[in-house]
Design a protein around this ligand. Structure first.
Ligand code: GCO
Length: 483
């Protein structure tokens, strides 16, 4: 954090062109950044924290691509003050972070851990003192291992434990935290963790997927009700990974593969939480598990939300596949001429426009972009003792996606804000520490933070409430190249 005053090409260009701003966002649009407890905190065995399913998963050989774990990660548990100062320097207006359930309830239920609560009290107070709105995610995948030992989200009793935890959080922090998210990407948690097996708890079971999905939906609704009772005047909603599916197969079967993916990955959750119903094609599958969907569940899981949180990154290609249990398989199709991120995700900003307009049409709720960003092949350079990261490709990515957000707003979608993923490089789940998503570079050996050029650029975007013209012209030239 010593180089934040360094003049950049963008600052200079902005001055030279008289600080012209294009694509101004609506008054009150909220700019922020996001993280998750397991990905940044470290200190997994400190402060009375209990083990989570991700600690267990990381300890299994071969599960994490680069063999790393999150025992230290960004060491945010010890460096939180420095991190708040960094957010303030970036001009963030809001910060979305998650509470580690196993820090608050080491065994998932029963006695709360005061040390864990105190950590978040300090963090929240520190954010407010820096004039940054704290936004809390209750569950970002780090389920207490003790609850997984009882079946985790396959066991209906988890709904009560989650609701109790939500109530404790709301009672404790609700006087200061006004924006709440229940589950983060329950669809990714259910799919990767219970069907694909690539994430904790590493299960592969199609019935388990639907079971877990229903319990995630139900526990979401129960938590909404409990948070509202205990944190009056708050706003609350779910965060869904709104995936955009496409197929190179132009036949009816291809179209169906796309629709089925959308139904069983997105709408299984959003229709449930926001409309209190399951898509018709999934009802027989859910009903086949007797006792799963019980009387009153549909109403309980759809306790009214104030907004839909949308995480969106890329487009997924799918194809019909008779061998797969779902009848659909992913397709590793690459789009000729398209740009890809370091995780090989296609840069497809039109997808952002599409998921925003689709969600608006389906649910009519305001949306908040709770995550968008990219891992890029960043390089830290040091010249005369000054460190920097010239991540132009991230600036370009964010410019294109923000432009798509702006177009959706122009076309009538109510977008409350944009929370970039992620504030700093962090532990990217099964991919480990290798992919770097941050506006800030983290040196994992020393813990040192270095603001990347994208961080300086984002500060400028926030200050202008719009895209600086220097970037606008870069973006246009990139688009022209792409055409
Ligand atoms: C998710 C999670 C984040 C990820 C980010 C990049 O979307 O998987 O919410 O924790 O780190 O999305 O993959």
């Amino acid at each position: 954090m010593h180089n934040n005053k360094r003049p950049t090409g963008f600052d200079a260009a902005a001055r030279a062109d008289g600080a012209v701003t294009r694509r101004r966002f609506p008054e009150g649009f909220l700019w922020g950044s996001a993280t998750a407890a397991f990905q940044i905190e470290g200190a997994t065995a400190e402060g009375g924290r209990g083990p989570s399913i991700w600690d267990t998963f990381c300890a299994k050989p071969g599960r994490i691509a680069d063999g790393s774990n999150a025992d230290v990660a960004c060491d945010h548990y010890h460096r939180w003050q420095q991190d708040i100062a960094m957010m303030a320097e970036l001009g963030l207006q809001a910060y979305r972070f998650s509470l580690a359930w196993p820090r608050i309830f080491p065994a998932g239920r029963g006695a709360a851990n005061q040390e864990g609560i105190d950590f978040y009290q300090r963090l929240i107070d520190g954010l407010l003192a820096a004039d940054i709105e704290p936004m809390v995610t209750l569950f970002h995948w780090d389920l207490p291992q003790a609850l997984q030992d009882r079946g985790g989200f396959q066991n209906r009793e988890i709904c009560d434990h989650f609701a109790d935890y939500a109530e404790t959080a709301a009672r404790t922090f609700g006087d200061r935290v006004k924006t709440w998210f229940t589950h983060n990407e329950p669809n990714v948690f259910a799919f990767n963790g219970h069907l694909h097996g690539s994430h904790a708890p590493g299960l592969q079971d199609v019935n388990g997927y639907f079971r877990v999905a229903h319990h995630l939906n139900l526990s979401h609704g129960m938590a909404v009700a409990r948070v509202r009772e205990n944190a009056p005047n708050c706003r609350i909603g779910p965060v869904i990974h709104q995936a955009l599916f496409d197929s190179t197969d132009g036949s009816e079967a291809g179209r169906q593969a796309v629709e089925q993916s959308d139904t069983s990955f997105n709408r299984l959750f959003t229709d449930a939480m926001l409309k209190g119903e399951y898509p018709a094609s999934l009802v027989p599958i859910l009903e086949a598990q007797s006792g799963l969907v019980q009387d009153g569940d549909l109403a309980a899981m759809s306790a009214p939300s104030d907004f839909l949180g949308i995480n969106h990154y890329t487009r997924y290609w799918v194809k019909p596949d008779g061998q797969s249990p779902t009848g659909v398989a992913s397709d590793d199709h690459r789009v000729p001429g398209a740009n890809y991120t370091a995780l090989d995700w296609e840069v497809f900003p039109q997808g952002m426009y599409q998921v925003l307009t689709d969600a608006n049409e389906r649910y009519g709720l305001p949306v908040m972009i709770t995550e968008n960003g990219c891992a890029m092949d960043d390089t830290l350079v040091e010249i005369d003792g000054v460190k920097s990261v010239a991540d132009d490709s991230r600036i370009e990515f964010l410019s294109l996606y923000l432009d798509a957000v702006h177009r959706a707003i122009d076309d009538g979608v109510e977008v409350l804000g944009f929370l970039q993923w992620s504030l700093m490089d962090n532990f990217e789940w099964a991919e480990g520490l290798e992919p770097r998503f941050g506006l800030v570079w983290v040196d994992y050996d020393t813990g040192e933070r270095t603001v990347k050029d994208s961080g300086l650029w984002y500060r400028d975007v926030i200050a202008r409430n719009g895209l600086p013209s220097a970037v606008e012209s870069r973006k246009q030239s990139a688009m022209q190249e792409a055409l």
